[in-house]
Design a protein. Structure first.
Length: 337
């Protein structure tokens, strides 16, 4: 069994821990937190050994009635691999800790690409992470873009990608985030950081991205225009996307007209936390004019990178090839739309 340490048990970390627990070849060795809170209590109730990410704060956990298994250093030393799910910038600070114990580490998309040996998306460049010591699972938006670009590039060739990203202001639990009543170009300059980030997966891709932030918490929304190298019918693209396990084509008959209904559908379907691990593409939005393909897709920022982290664990350790890992991950977390 692969022994997995989770450093950071927040929005992403707790989801990755639950997904790892479901895998037949993995075990959650423990999770690390910087302070006791409701998430730390939840980790203990779920049976995850709890470690203090900051040793000087160990007494805080005792005062809150939470037993800890030790400092994060003990967890890292014992692990086969660490998933660093700490806030942006903290992963870079933690890198020396992982190097000290020669433990491979995965980082999240908020870290800089030059921190790691490879940026990772399971569908697009699984093999790039094999044997690497430090790997970055790209952000939710880059993950969503990469999942669409890969099959289009393989089937038709991609000349140019233009993407407008309408980004949620914050996750539901991020009460300090905004805007509250505003629409912000984010950034005002073009491209946004998403285009260069996608190029860490597709180095030769010509892509421009624009971003704006809106007062919403549920999901991001992408408007894509992909210029292909040859003309293609929209029906062909729909058929190809339907074969992709992490692309959910929303049928028109479902009458899901936005992210609110998408989240309600996920809850009704029994998804944990109402998570949507797949890109959610409105099927009727897929259209073509000559060599240009257009579509709208929703990206659930809290969860679409979760299966990617699981696959990256196997990629780094050489525990499976891309097809085997993706199929195993999908089956055991329940990607079944």
């Amino acid at each position: 069994m692969i022994q997995v340490a989770i450093n950071g048990y927040g929005t992403i970390g707790k989801r990755v821990a639950d997904a790892v627990r479901e895998q037949p070849d993995m075990e959650v060795l423990g999770v690390a937190k910087t302070r006791p809170n409701f998430e730390a209590e939840t980790a203990v109730k779920k049976g995850y050994p709890l470690y203090a990410a900051i040793e000087e704060r160990a007494d805080w956990f005792a005062e809150a009635g939470l037993e800890i298994a030790g400092p994060v250093e003990d967890l890292v030393e014992r692990a086969d691999i660490v998933v660093d799910a700490t806030p942006s910038g903290i992963g870079a600070e933690n890198k020396s800790l992982y190097e000290e114990y020669d433990t491979p580490a995965l980082y999240q998309g908020g870290e800089d690409a030059d921190l790691v040996d490879a940026s990772f998306n399971a569908r697009s460049n699984f093999e790039a992470a094999t044997g690497a010591q430090h790997v970055r699972v790209v952000s939710c938006n880059t993950t969503g873009l990469s999942r669409v670009i890969a099959p289009l590039q393989e089937a038709y060739g991609v000349e140019k990608v233009r993407a407008t990203l309408v980004r949620r202001g914050g996750d539901p639990g991020q009460t300090s985030r905004g805007p509250i009543n505003d629409i912000l170009p984010d950034p005002v300059t073009i491209p946004s950081h998403h285009g260069p980030d996608v190029e860490t997966i597709f180095p030769d891709l010509d892509i421009d991205t624009l971003g704006m932030k809106v007062p919403a918490t549920l999901m991001h929304m992408h408007s894509l225009n992909v210029t292909l190298e040859s003309a293609v019918d929209a029906a062909d693209i729909r058929e190809r996307f339907a074969d992709e396990s992490r692309l959910f084509l929303i049928p028109e008959a479902m009458s899901i007209d936005g992210s609110g209904k998408l989240k309600e559908y996920a809850h009704d379907a029994g998804r944990p936390r109402g998570d949507l691990w797949e890109n959610c593409i409105w099927e009727e939005s897929i259209s073509t004019v000559g060599r240009d393909c257009y579509l709208f897709q929703g990206i659930h920022q809290e969860s679409d990178v979760v299966p990617e982290n699981v696959d990256a664990i196997r990629a780094v350790l050489g525990a499976a090839d891309a097809t085997e890992s993706i199929e195993t991950t999908n089956e055991h977390i329940g990607i079944d739309f």
